[in-house]
Design a protein around this ligand. Structure first.
Ligand code: ADP
Ligand code: MG
Length: 361
């Protein structure tokens, strides 16, 4: 195998930026592909290829300049990733997880086919079918677009007839939807796991996640759930990454209901926002383990060194947060302020985390 010196990263957002930081610690250089020359990772990478994620030539240019490629988000054409791999280029995460996670129906089908539990769901192909299912089944639902939704976008709650009537005015017959049964959530957690080409696996501690307006507000670890549930969640995530034969980092978002039953909600075949606190709170962060995994190195078992809370800084919260939280672990993403945009995050450790949690709940 060719010696890996330069890692190519598709996507230069904050995840790409933090991958660069970890890669440099481990002695690699990084080349980033992103349409924005001033993207977060541009402040840190060795060089940037400015190009569209839809431009196959940009991918070829990236491949020429590096020894291995990783991606930081899943909405890139899996056909391009496959083409590079068919030409012998190393992209350890592969194209398959992109194909699966780009579409919520494919994702849930894949999770169930591998023997894991999701909430009950229906593929929706017409308004008539939607009406029938909602009328026939007791309970509450969430209608989601199958493609392209994130941070709660493209989702509509159906609690009663008036919600259903409202959906009639926005429903598009040419869009594919998934209808999910809405369960009562006791907790939302994520289990971030890593796997290398030798088949070794490792899991980050479980992160407990709280959302606000559809966006991750904060994550804490350790989770307050009981140990049996936490161990079950970890073994589900490890078993899933093994069954997918996946190399790299897989974030498994899970719902815990009031009976402590575990449902897999979503997968991300890359490091995840909820794992950012691992940078300071764990001995080996999700980004560090990701770089180890994709470069075929042995994987350590990451341990939580102390309790922690990660707070996302959204939109114009950034203006005051930088001064307010400068004495904690502030990570600036170097972005222009935009409503609902993730601008930065701050990690609080130990007693500081306890104090901030009390203020937030
Ligand atoms: P995304 O994170 O891509 O916006 P999710 O499917 O994770 O989409 O949904 C966003 C949030 O909506 C979840 O974190 C959870 O709080 C809530 N939610 C989604 N699906 C369900 C469900 N089936 N039952 C209960 N709550 C849900
Ligand atoms: Mg989600």
């Amino acid at each position: 195998m060719k010696k890996i010196e330069i890692i190519g990263i598709i996507g230069g957002g904050q995840l790409g930026m933090m991958m660069c930081e970890a890669a440099y610690t481990l002695g690699f250089k990084c080349v980033v592909l992103d349409p924005n020359p001033n993207c977060s990772a541009s402040k840190i990478c060795s060089s940037i290829i400015v190009g569209s994620f839809d431009d196959v030539k940009a991918y070829e240019t990236l491949a020429k300049q590096c020894d291995i490629i990783t991606y930081e988000f899943e909405n890139i054409p899996y056909t391009y990733v496959k083409m590079l791999m068919d030409n012998g280029f190393q992209i350890p995460q592969g194209e398959k997880p992109l194909y699966i996670t780009q579409n919520r129906i494919r994702e849930k089908n894949a999770i169930q086919t591998l023997g894991f539990t999701t909430v009950k769901y229906f593929e929706i192909h017409s308004l008539k079918q939607l009406d029938e299912i909602v009328h026939k089944t007791d309970g509450k639902f969430i209608l989601k677009t199958s493609f392209g939704g994130y941070d709660g976008k493209g989702q509509w709650h159906i609690n009663d007839e008036s919600d259903l009537a409202n959906i009639h005015s926005i429903y598009k017959e040419n869009v594919e939807y998934i209808l999910e049964e809405k369960i009562t959530l006791k907790k939302e957690i994520s289990c971030i796991v890593h796997r290398n080409a030798q088949g070794e696996t490792a899991a980050q501690p479980i992160f407990e996640n709280v959302h606000k307006d559809g966006i991750l507000h904060y994550s804490i670890s350790p989770s307050t759930l009981n140990n049996i549930t936490l161990e079950q969640a970890k073994s589900i995530a490890i078993s899933l990454i093994e069954k997918l034969n996946f190399i790299g980092t897989l974030a498994v978002e899970m719902f815990i209901d009031t009976k402590d039953d575990i449902f897999i909600n979503e997968l991300a075949p890359r490091p995840h926002n909820s794992g950012h606190l691992s940078i300071e709170a764990c001995d080996y962060s999700q980004f560090y383990c990701h770089i180890l995994a994709i470069t075929g190195q042995p994987l350590p078992k990451p341990l939580l060194k102390q309790n922690a809370l990660m707070l996302n800084i959204i939109g114009d919260e950034y203006l005051s947060a930088k001064t307010l939280y400068c004495n904690y672990y502030f990570h600036d993403y170097f972005k222009l302020i935009q409503e609902k945009r993730k601008m930065a995050h701050v990690t609080f450790l130990g007693k500081d985390a306890d104090k901030i949690k009390e203020e937030l709940v």
